[in-house]
Design a protein around this ligand. Sequence first.
Ligand code: SF4
Length: 150
Amino acid sequence: MKKTMKLVSACLLGIKCRWDGESNKNSKVMKFLDNEILIPVCPEQLGGLPTPRPRQEIKGGTGKDVLEKKAKVLNENGEDVTEAFIKGAEETLKIARFLGADEFIGTSHSPSCSCFEIKDGTFSVRVIKGRGVTAELLKQNGIKIKSEDE
Ligand code: SF4
């Protein structure tokens, strides 16, 4: 059987690219490796942000609002990292196109990669419906997106 190609949030495959220098390794996602080619991508690193880095959340909206310049991404020190998030999303889309990947599996609640819910911008446990910046851009460009929970 021909293997299909998917982009995946790198941290789900055990890559230590998360804000605190750790990963979100997900054994259920790793099992896809048996039948599919998984391409790890970390949009925040692709946007030029360091690892480790301060936590970041979308303030005043969702990834869609960030792409439409109606909301910003701020880190916990109050610094504006919106441009890095948009750059990371665009670079991820380029990789998807180079490789012909037609699906993305994203980390839950990430301001970049989440496909369903994101933190509400208050650096608390509260979440709102909405996608991260990269998941939104990929979806807008015809790539199927799926949460790690799905
Ligand atoms: S940007 Fe995506 S891949 Fe990178 S650490 Fe955050 S959730 Fe993981």
